[in-house]
Design a binder for this molecule. Sequence first.
Ligand code: 13P
Ligand code: SF4
Length: 310
Amino acid sequence: LGPGIDYFEEIERLKKETDTILLAHYYQEGDIQDVADFIGDSLDLARRAQAVTHKRILFAGVHFMAETAKILNPTKTVLIPDMAAGCSLAESCPPGPFAEFKAAHPDHVVVTYINCTAEIKALSDIICTSTNAVDIVNSIPADQPIIFAPDRYLGAWVSKRANRDMVLWDGSCIVHETFSHKRLVQLKVRHSEAKVVAHPECPPHILDEADFIGSTRKILNFVSDDPATTFIVVTEAGIIHQMKKNEPEKTFIPALNDDENCNCNNCPFMKLNTLEKVYQALLTGQPEIEMSEDLRQRAEKPLLEMLARS
Ligand code: 13P
Ligand code: SF4
């Protein structure tokens, strides 16, 4: 931390002075989670953003999350600690090719995972998150064909759970698709008492090893409610901070990659945000999320549809 600055104290002071609420995702570094006013998964964060009464929102998460807060709060200033905090899933679905894909599947309802840009949301009929994806798909009449984008692994998992064929866009998350199956099996052998919890953005051969599959919030609830005392965690390692806070007596083991030197269970985009950048954003009111009102309105429609159904 910078010389002479108590970031925790300064962040608390600036939040009050500037009437700013600090929202954070579970994948943020521990210090940011500790200083946040609200921590959640993508669905809870979208819901919380919808209810904000403060003048400003500082969103400690990745760009599509802060953008979602802006879509739901056009009159408020929405800040993000680092504008470069993107998402490989959102990047894997550019608007031009996606519009062509959609045109090649007329009559399909477009269900899109919230991990996408405002342009992709504007091309969608309804948004979902990993918390509500199965319920959203189940809410669509059985004879209605569906496009699911952008995550092919989440799409395949939802397809199986909802017993529903869907046309999948070929996107993926660089963090969840690179967990090592071999090292996961080794961890399971070494900790035979442990339960494996995984995020549905993981590929099927990883999910097959899991005792529980769910969104970040659902995983957090599971490790609290389940009687097991050791868990192997197959999602972004930032979530372990919250697990340890909630369950100090339990043991959490992060899943690994094949490359022993790679810190790959940390999302490189999420981890661009730092406590210092949170402080700087509060101080300067920058960087700010901006978008045209036309795009905002088109992206808002499928988001409100999701919030109404979940
Ligand atoms: P959750 O909605 O489960 O928090 O997931 C967000 C995300 O980016 C997973 O990689
Ligand atoms: Fe995107 Fe994956 Fe990072 Fe989640 S963990 S924000 S899906 S790159």
